[in-house]
Design a protein around this ligand. Structure first.
Ligand SMILES: C[S@@+](CC[C@H](N)C(=O)[O-])C[C@H]1O[C@@H](n2cnc3c(N)ncnc32)[C@H](O)[C@@H]1O
Length: 281
């Protein structure tokens, strides 16, 4: 009990220090902050975000959300995640401004879903992950405090993609950011199966892949992604992997656009945007 009290005291002191400390980045406008930083948003970031949003130094929605999270959940969200989710939202909105049903597997902290709904308030997003992270719940609560409608418009499911086939509904856009390695191929397979549009930000390219047969992971086999030629394509590297993914989508009847998010946010910045050429009836 005493230990918990002492720990609680130190945690609150840490929060206080983080809020009070002048940080080097506060001498710069938000637009010049390092975007790939894994430093956590702190309470002291709330005011610079609010000012940047009002002055037009940075995107208004980015700054509103940044300010709310900095003030309401200091010390929990790496700064990079904020910039990344916002940048991916911009790509989705450029290509699918009116798409109102979105399915987001491998959603992680769920911040992309939050941006997708805040930028188009008629949207509903179905998030899924192997396990909903604690951070996702905390972020959702923090942001929904200001925008309560998020509670109705973002749903969460838990499913392991290696065991359960990802099923996209007939009216859903499939969006997945940094679905690691073969999870990106699984997203392509799922989009193709239901012939639904896809926005995919691949990451973690395995160039020396070893996939042993594991019956308890039935979706984890090269047989599911023939375009990888049993890993031969992987051995040719990152560009070869993405090229074959794009060609696979084109062969399946998609119009495919290549996009990028700011490389300063992430090295894994390629975005594959695939739109079915003919909608199924
Ligand atoms: C690199 S993170 C990306 C998270 C988030 N989309 C983002 O961009 O910040 C990959 C996510 O995939 C999830 N994931 C990994 N393996 C999975 C699996 N087999 N089934 C479902 N989700 C999985 C992880 O839990 C994690 O949240």
């Amino acid at each position: 009990m005493l230990l918990l009290t002492v720990l609680g005291f130190y945690m609150s002191m840490l929060k206080y220090t983080a809020a009070a400390q002048p940080l080097a980045r506060h001498a710069l406008p938000v637009s010049q902050w390092r975007k790939n930083s894994r430093n956590y948003l702190q309470a002291g970031d709330a005011a610079p975000f609010a000012n940047a949003g009002q002055s037009g130094d940075a995107d208004k929605l980015l700054c509103e959300v940044g300010s709310v999270i900095s003030a309401g959940l200091p010390g929990r969200l790496p700064r990079k995640e904020l910039f990344e989710a916002h940048a991916v939202m911009e790509v989705v909105n450029r290509h699918f401004p009116t798409e109102s049903r979105i399915f987001e597997p491998c959603a992680g902290c769920g911040l992309l879903a939050i941006f997708l709904v805040l930028s188009n308030r008629g949207r509903r997003v179905r998030c899924s992950d192997k396990k909903q992270p604690r951070l996702a719940r905390e972020l959702h609560e923090c942001v929904a405090h200001k925008w309560p409608f998020l509670r109705q418009q973002i749903q969460w499911e838990e499913a392991d993609v290696r065991k359960t086939t990802v099923t996209v509904a007939r009216d859903e856009l499939l969006v997945s950011c940094h679905a690691c390695s073969f999870l990106s191929d699984e997203m392509i397979l799922s989009a193709k199966r239901s012939f639904r549009p896809l926005v995919l930000v691949p990451c973690c390219y395995e160039t020396q892949p070893v996939l042993t047969e594991r019956s308890w992971l039935p979706n984890w086999s090269f047989r599911r992604w023939p375009w990888l030629e049993e890993g031969a394509v992987n051995r040719r590297g990152r560009t070869a992997i993405d090229e074959v993914r794009i060609q696979t989508l084109k062969n399946a009847g998609y119009d495919v656009a290549r996009e990028e998010i700011d490389r300063q946010i992430s090295e894994m910045n390629r975005v594959i945007v695939a739109q079915p050429l003919q909608q199924q009836v």
